[in-house]
Design a protein around this ligand. Structure first.
Ligand code: GLC
Length: 577
């Protein structure tokens, strides 16, 4: 009798499993996970909210704003580095991976902040900067002290008696990626600034150190890791001479060596799998094959990666074209239609502001164009990333003089332009538009002094448009960018079709409207985005009976049979019956 009961239970269990696994044309749907369904909000901690008046944002400031963050409808937070650091690259130069820089608070404050996120159902993603450390990290101090120090092989050294090392381009240093150190008469490698020496991932001790650091934070309860500049972790250490003219094809020539996959598999076994955490890599290689190899679930390396082709479209004031925009996002979607998962983003701490680069920052169109871009981000397949301030349409600042810049990247580029004899007026025009300083100005909370960010002197100048663009004002306006963002996160969460559904581009050639459908089982949504500042219309053959839009950034919508007319930057999502 007992046996019989067990047989029935097992049969019922098997039946329920096969029901869940019912065949579906969409493979992603079968592998539903929290990070695919996640909506990520990125916090640049020094610019978010200051509570002690030192002009830098801090953990207590984030704690104060936890309910605001929750109210956005986001479900994951990625915070940029807050570790002990000489701050040469705003914290991307870590001197102690287990200690917190005092300007952010204490470990206790960190724990309180983390608990605060968890109590609100928000996952926390830590920034792991381990392609390089700071030159003030104890490992590097040891490593440079003598050639036979046990830490020597933690970094890449080239003995000077072999002559000059083969030239390598550095992303931040116009003089190249090798720095001479007279103490041991040798050069060390730094892909970024000279204060950011590259760690030697070929050394198993280095890899173990990194996994131990990750375990330390996983034990504290973080839910995921963002692997900074990770494509560079594995390089060709025979140091071949790179052909001139290819200096800027960084990834192909300077990273993504096959060993990278071995390291990631090891990291997966050691940390990701053990702690059941999530990992996303900055960069996705230079081909789809690279990207697939990183995120194919069967390979057990990473869960997702993010590519740069989207943000790279608008690095200069010459605007991107809508056809290019459609092409890039459609191509990346189709590459992951069956397998693998990517992130969708248009801005972050390394870029100028979303609305300046992809929308229209003029007072007339700032609101609808930011709403339209947020509708795009939150209606694509892939985990959407929103950078702090883009939920209220924060804009670029005006910094025409190089003296005002604090960013090492901007300063390095200026030095290089000067040395190359470039037209500096033109250079400054492009820098003013594209520099990452634009995306690092303090969060605009209200119209009180310094936008409510600090009572002290802010570390970075506050955008003077804060009396117009701020959270408090937008809270009061039901049609604000902020409230549209909240509506959109709600729509995404209520419609799994927006997460898992198949994406199909419509009317590729339309000059003003980006139109696509998302389909899951018998549900189909139509997304219509007007990327222009003029009214534009689209005729959708074979579609009618649209019903009420589930999102619309205007109060009206002009539909006549199957012709839809959209106002400037209007964004709508319609249910197709
Ligand atoms: C990544 C970070 C960037 C940093 C660089 C060096 O690209 O996003 O901010 O400067 O790595 O760590």
């Amino acid at each position: 009798m007992k046996n019989h009961l067990w047989q029935v239970i097992i049969m019922l269990l098997m039946l329920s499993c096969t029901m869940q696994d019912k065949p579906d044309n969409n493979k992603h749907d079968m592998e539903r996970t929290w990070w695919k369904e996640g909506i990520l909000y990125q916090i640049y901690p020094q610019s978010f909210k200051d509570t002690d008046g030192d002009g830098f944002g801090d953990f207590k400031g984030v704690i104060e704003k936890l309910d605001y963050i929750k109210s956005l409808g986001i479900t994951m937070v990625w915070m940029n580095p807050f570790f002990e650091s000489p701050l040469v690259d705003n914290g991307y130069d870590v001197a102690d991976y287990r200690a917190i820089h005092p300007r952010y608070g204490s470990m206790e404050d960190f724990q309180k902040m983390l608990d605060g996120f968890h109590e609100r159902g928000i996952k926390f993603v830590l920034d792991v900067v381990v392609n390089h450390s700071s030159n003030e990290h104890e490992w590097f101090k040891q490593s440079r002290s003598s050639r036979d120090n046990p830490y020597r092989d933690y970094y890449h050294w080239w003995p000077a008696e072999k002559g000059q090392p083969p030239y390598r381009h550095s992303l931040f240093d116009p003089e190249g990626a090798w720095e001479y150190d007279s103490l041991t008469n040798a050069y060390y490698l730094h892909t970024f600034a000279e204060q950011q020496p590259d760690l030697n991932w070929e050394n198993p001790k280095v890899r173990k150190e990194v996994y131990d650091i990750m375990k330390f934070w996983a034990e504290k309860g973080v839910d995921g890791f963002r692997m900074d500049a990770f494509q560079f972790a594995s390089k060709d250490t025979t140091w071949p001479e790179f052909p001139t003219g290819h200096e800027k094809e960084f990834i192909k020539w300077y990273g993504m060596r096959p060993q990278l996959h071995d390291y990631l598999k090891e990291m997966y076994r050691e940390v990701i799998e053990k702690y059941d955490v999530f990992a996303v890599a900055e960069g996705a290689g230079s081909t789809f094959q690279d990207a697939h190899d990183l995120v194919d679930a069967d390979r057990k390396e990473l869960q997702t990666a993010y590519h740069f082709e989207g943000v790279d479209m608008s690095r200069t004031p010459d605007r991107y074209t809508l056809s290019e925009f459609k092409e890039v996002f459609t191509r990346w979607d189709s590459a992951f239609a069956e397998k693998g998962w990517i992130a969708i983003f248009l801005s972050n701490h390394d870029n100028a502001r979303l609305v300046d680069r992809f929308g229209n920052p003029s007072p007339e169109f700032r609101t609808p164009s930011t709403q339209m871009l947020n509708t795009f981000l939150l209606s694509m397949r892939g985990t959407p990333y929103t950078y702090y301030g883009d939920e209220i349409g924060m804009t670029n600042i005006d910094m025409p003089n190089i003296e005002e810049y604090v960013d090492i990247d901007a300063k390095g580029k200026y030095k290089a332009a000067l040395a190359a004899g470039e037209d500096l007026t033109e250079f400054m025009k492009v820098l003013n538009y594209s520099s990452r300083e634009n995306g690092r100005t303090p969060m605009q909370w209200d119209n009180t002094g310094n936008a409510g960010f600090t009572t002290g002197v802010p570390w970075m100048k506050v955008n003077e448009n804060y009396p117009d663009i701020n959270v408090a004002a937008q809270e009061r306006d039901p049609n604000s960018i902020l409230n549209h963002f909240r509506k959109m996160t709600k729509v995404r969460k209520e419609n799994p079709v927006l997460v898992y559904g198949k994406y199909e581009l419509l009317q590729r050639e339309h000059p003003d409207i980006y139109a696509y459908t998302r389909t899951l089982d018998d549900e189909k949504l139509l997304v219509l985005l007007n990327f222009s500042q003029e009214t534009a219309s689209i005729t959708l053959s074979g579609m009618s009976d649209f019903g009420e839009p589930i999102i619309n950034n205007y109060s009206e919508l002009d539909i006549e049979n199957n012709k839809v007319s959209l106002l400037p930057y209007q964004a709508v999502i319609l249910k197709i019956k």
